[in-house]
Design a protein around this ligand. Sequence first.
Ligand code: DX5
Ligand code: ZN
Length: 230
Amino acid sequence: MSNPIKVSPSILSADYGNLGDEALQSEKAGGVELHVDIMDGHYCHNYTFGIHAVTALKKYVSIPIVAHLEIDNPDVFIEDFVRAGSDMIVVQEDTCPHLPHTIATIRKQGVRAGVGVNPDRGYEKFKVNPEILREIDLLIVLAVYPGFGGQPFSPITIPKIEQAVKLREQHGAHYDIGVDGCVNIKTIPDIVRAGGNYLIAGSSVFNGNIIENVKTLKKLGEDYLDKTIV
Ligand code: DX5
Ligand code: ZN
C-alpha cells in the first residue's frame, strides 16, 4: 500500500526578492507543504534561511512549513524553528549523535518529525533503533549532497528508496518516503516506481511557470503511482 503523491516545493530555488509570493503560488498550484532549507555554512557550504524567514513565510502560506535543518547540532535550534512556525522539523541523521533523542525532542514540541539521509549514508541508525521508524513522519532520501539546487541525481537513490520501503514494511511504520534533490520530470518515474511518494522539488518548480510546474510534477507522480499499483 503506497502513500499518496505529495509535491513539496523547495524555496531554495525561488526568487529571493519575491519569496512570499512565489511560495504562495506554489501552494495555490497544489504544493502540500513548503520545504525550507536551513543551512548554516558549516554542515554544508551555503547559507540560506533562518528563523526569521520561517516566521515571515508563515504569514504568506497556509500549507505546513517544513524546516529542513541542514545544519550542525540541530538539537539546539529545534525549539526556535518550531516557535517560528515550522510544522515539521527534518534533521540530517549524520548531524545527530543520538537520533532517538532528537526525534523525541521534535515530537515533544508537538510537530511532525522527519529525517534526511545523505547519498553516502545508509540506514544503520534506524537498524540499531528500529522503534524510531514508527516515530517519524517522513524519511528523506537525499539524491544530492545538501547545499545547492540544480545538482545531478545520484543513482544510489533508487535502491535506497526500495530499502526504505522494506524497512517501513518490516517495522510496521507509516512514514512518507521523500526524495530531495533533482526531482523533475526525468527522475519522477523511477522515484515513484521504487516507492517514493513525497517529492521535494526546487529548480523544477521555481524555474519557469510555478503553477504549471507543480501541477505537471504532481500529475506525473500520480500517473506513475497508478501504473505501479496496477
Ligand atoms: C539541497 C536541498 C534541496 C534543494 C533541492 O540541499 O535540501 O531541498 O532545494 O533542489 P533541486 O530540486 O533544485 O535539486
Ligand atoms: Zn531540503
